[in-house]
Design a protein around this ligand. Structure first.
Ligand code: GLU
Length: 716
């Protein structure tokens, strides 16, 4: 069976590219696994120790986590390269209609003109240590599932706090590698002062917009340069004028010659979440509930905001990041829905599980131990499906309504503040609450009454349509009569709530829970009512997750015995390596996509205008054939984006793409549409990731941006 698949894959590879590259398996290898992969055989020309060396300095020391993405140091002056979409929020916040860096691009004339990237921090992985025993000891003999889940989370935060060392800017965090089974303590160096150095105009950094997002062929210059700063004594400090550029232990060498089709490449980065070890029921949850609910809600939000902001440039600019975020998730989720359906992923997973089941049932010893496992997973999942609508409604409401976001935070913090610090949820601990509050306060900048009005009406109407097991009791109580005027009620809420006002929020934040209960503010009253059910649901979710954390290690063990092999843990936001080749693919019958796009394609697309509008200067440079050293003879143009069969996901945005010598030849920023289901299942035939070619980065930076000093700093 495996041999047959191998031959088929091989035939596909030969027939589509005319060349043979080794068959790849999925793989986001954690640091602890890198030494186990034969990277040299795969094409690496340096030693694996050059990539990761716990005793010395290696490539991973040049990696940073920034803005929810990955970045890498590319000079000894703390210069970072990441994606334009990762720096988008910072560029957006630094822009105004008069000084629109988002549209026009931004270049700091010199270091003193770099703009602080508000809310951005860098994290550098310093070390890691297996702490599974300590975590699991904490739940030894605990049978109550919700309690198990709580204790595990508590122990994880406790260890994180214990090993954090604020004075030395070290933040420790425990990450779950396999649910209920293995846990690793990571220590991160934190840098709090991050600034914008060069961002291309949006028409380059986001060329193709939502039309091309998650699509190949791609022609986007999705990159931005930022810089990390520390206090003069080298410690981490928030923005201050006398801060100095951070000197990283290691920075990447940029290779301006780029890559060719078939070349070996690897990526280091911080992939966010994958779900490959989950059972088929998890996919059912995603396919039937989560993906359609969220993608439809976000699509509705985009239409609403576009409608409300039509003709209002300032509002459009203010909401640019929000819309981009909704649109990105929406398209990703639609890609996932299509992918799951097209390759019949749920059915495939179910058949695999059927084989596993028979394997267990036919072996007395396994049957005694795991005979109930599959039924238990099914039961827990059915409980989750039953309350899916209510769960999703509660979970997404604060993400689409700024008022619900601040109100929810207010009520939760009042409740949490009554508990001893160590029993509170992570964000509400004394050490974290101020930064959590600042994040929530960001909602005030975006509050718009028209948007809020429409969102509240929609969410209430939705809730009233839920089935028996998903009723939102507070909404039922308020709207107990069919004739109730929802719009009138929402108008009344908006007119009378103090939550619209940041100063009032500050005052309310000082109140205790019982004082909050006394308030006459109708929106706070409603949120208090909703919270009662939300807490019940949270308890139910803890029970479900607690059950999974007991069942998942068993499922993994059964799979390990059946396949006689061990697995790589799902992505969890920790540092990983993935490797492969620059390589095209066949997305549909009779279609082959080659793996390197060029400036010719950018120009071609630009005639479609809209998402493809280009700055005039690009035409001038193109017409003058001013390609500098970045022209590629084979393509007859400047290379723009590259495609490769590496295993990446969200969070890998901004990751350096490195050649066989560990030199930077591109920056990862996306996946092909078919590869949006990587998160559930990676497959060589359809999993392709997309990066911006370093030659385009350098060409744009030099010729369009006029930022020669950056090229000099990069050693070009
Ligand atoms: N472009 C992706 C995003 O914005 C990130 C990279 C990926 O998911 O492959 O979420």
């Amino acid at each position: 069976m495996k041999i047959k698949r191998f031959i088929l894959t091989l035939l596909l590879i030969i027939s589509t590219t005319g060349m043979i590259s080794p068959e790849l398996e999925e793989g986001m290898y954690p640091l602890s696994e890198i030494q186990k992969v034969d990277l040299v055989k795969a094409g690496l020309k340096i030693t694996p120790k050059d990539i990761y060396d716990p005793e010395g300095i290696s490539l991973i020391d040049a990696l940073v986590k920034v803005g929810g993405c990955t970045g890498s140091f590319v000079s000894d002056q703390g210069l970072i390269i990441t994606n334009h979409h990762c720096a988008f929020r910072a560029i957006n916040m630094a822009s105004s209609p008069e000084n629109n860096h988002l549209e026009n691009g931004f270049l700091a004339a010199d270091k003193s003109n770099e703009i602080p990237a508000r809310g951005y921090k860098c994290r550098i992985t310093e070390s890691y240590e297996d702490v599974s025993d300590i975590i699991l000891d904490a739940v030894e003999g605990v049978d109550d599932l919700a309690e198990r889940k709580k204790l595990i989370s508590r122990k994880m935060s406790e260890l994180g706090e214990k090993y954090s060392d604020k004075e030395n800017s070290i933040e420790a965090q425990v990450s779950e590698m396999f649910a209920g089974q293995s846990y690793v303590l990571f220590k991160y160096r934190i840098i709090e002062d991050v600034r914008l150095v060069y961002a291309p105009p949006r028409a380059i950094g986001e060329f193709g917009g939502e039309s091309d997002n998650w699509i190949w062929p791609r022609h986007t210059g999705d990159f931005t340069f930022m810089r990390a700063y520390v206090a003069p004594d080298g410690s981490s400090a928030p923005y201050a004028e006398d801060n100095v550029p951070f000197k990283p232990k290691k920075y990447l060498k940029v290779n301006p010659n780029g890559v060719e089709e078939g070349d070996f490449v690897f990526i280091l980065g911080y992939p966010g979440r994958t779900y490959r070890h989950q059972p088929s029921q998890f996919l059912e949850w995603q396919y039937n509930y989560m993906l359609p609910y969220v993608s439809e809600l976000y699509e509705w939000m985009i239409d609403l905001i576009e409608d409300v902001s039509s003709g209002d440039e300032a509002m459009q600019l203010k909401y640019a990041s929000t819309i981009k975020g909704y649109a990105n998730t929406m398209k990703n989720y639609k890609g996932k829905i299509k992918g799951i359906r097209t390759i019949q992923l749920i059915e495939k997973k179910q058949s695999e599980e059927e084989l596993l089941k028979q394997f267990v049932y036919n072996n007395k010893e396994l049957n005694d131990k795991y005979g109930m496992l599959f039924d238990e997973i099914e039961n827990v999942s059915q409980n989750q499906f039953k309350i899916a609508e209510a769960l999703l409604w509660f979970n997404r409401f604060p993400r689409v309504s700024g008022l619900m976001n601040v109100g929810d935070f207010l009520v939760r913090s009042a409740i949490e503040k009554e508990k001893p610090d160590e029993e509170r949820s992570f964000s509400f601990r004394d050490a974290n609450i101020e930064s959590a509050k600042r994040r929530v306060e960001g909602s005030f900048e975006l509050l718009n009454e028209d948007v809020e009005f429409n969102v509240l009406v929609k969410m209430f109407e939705d809730a009233l349509g839920f089935d028996e097991s998903n009723r939102i009791t507070a909404i039922d109580e308020i709207f107990n009569d069919d004739e109730f005027d929802i719009e009138g009620y929402v108008e009344y809420l908006l007119l009378n709530t103090k939550l619209k006002n940041k100063d009032e929020f500050e005052k309310l934040f000082e109140l205790t829970y019982s004082e909050l209960l006394e308030t006459s503010d109708p929106l706070i009253k409603l949120i208090l009512m909703l919270n009662v059910q939300d807490e019940r649901l949270e308890h139910e979710v803890n029970r479900i997750e607690g059950a999974f954390s007991r069942l998942m290690p068993q499922l993994a063990e059964v799979k390990r015995i059946y396949n006689n092999t061990s697995f790589i843990p799902d992505a969890n936001g920790t540092l990983r390596l993935t490797y492969g080749y620059v390589k095209g693919y066949t997305p549909a019958d009779a279609v082959y996509y080659s793996p390197i796009s060029s400036l010719n394609g950018v120009i071609e697309k630009s005639y479609m205008e809209g998402d493809y509008t280009l700055p005039e200067k690009v035409y001038e440079l193109y017409n003058q054939k001013d390609f500098g050293q970045f022209y590629n003879k084979k393509l007859g143009s400047v290379p723009v984006s590259i495609l490769y069969n590496l295993d990446t996901t969200g969070g890998n945005s901004g990751s350096p793409i490195l050649n066989a010598y560990g030199e930077l030849i591109g920056v990862n920023f996306d996946r092909a549409y078919e590869a949006t289901i990587n998160d559930y299942a990676w497959n060589e035939s359809y999993s392709r990731s997309i990066g911006v070619d370093i030659r385009y980065v350098l060409w744009i930076t030099q010729k369009l941006g006029g930022a020669d000093y950056i090229l000099t700093e990069l050693g070009i």
